[in-house]
Design a protein around this ligand. Structure first.
Ligand SMILES: [Zn+2]
Length: 162
């Protein structure tokens, strides 16, 4: 049986900014409004549930809150983006421009890029880890997350529990 959370209706959303390597509009710092749809597949438990939806939402909201109102910084190669950590700031050289941004405004994400593909993988891995820690993953067969970045663009991935 499948149970789904529709991100827009369930409040599983976050807004963040990024700069991606290149020349076009995306080479400037710009925002995205994201929402996350989640699908879980599993068997009924003794309480006639596949998953505790309240707890699942709480886990997803925690991950969303990491991104909320932050500027994302990924691990691009130094030939593409040079990041120097200072006491209070990151000094970021990208697209022949220099940004000096307070650390408090940055979410340094362990990801090779900020493409929707890599963001979706990152989000799914975080969710898998959280669900495992809460012993919520094993009873499931798999979950799928769909991460939308607006403009009709989204990434989707399935993570098997076994
Ligand atoms: Zn973008």
């Amino acid at each position: 049986m499948i149970v789904e959370l529709i991100g827009k209706e369930a409040g599983l959303t976050f807004e963040c900014m990024h700069i991606v390597p290149g020349r076009g509009d995306c080479s400037r710092i710009h925002p995205h409004f994201h929402y996350v749809d989640v699908l879980v597949d599993g068997e009924f438990d003794d309480k006639r549930r596949i998953v505790h939806l309240y707890n699942l939402k709480a886990v997803i909201k925690r991950i969303c809150s990491l991104f909320e109102d932050k500027i994302l910084l990924a691990d691009y190669p130094e030939s593409v983006q040079k990041v120097t950590e200072e006491v209070l700031h990151y000094r970021i050289e990208i697209n022949n421009k220099l940004y000096i941004i307070p650390k408090t405004d940055i979410f340094k994400i362990k990801s090779p890029s900020l493409n929707i593909e890599d963001l979706t993988v990152y989000f799914a891995n975080e969710l898998a880890l959280d669900l495992k820690n809460k012993e919520m993953f094993n009873p499931l067969n798999y979950f799928e997350i769909t991460l939308s970045e607006g403009h009709g663009q989204r990434g989707k991935i399935r993570i098997e529990s076994k």
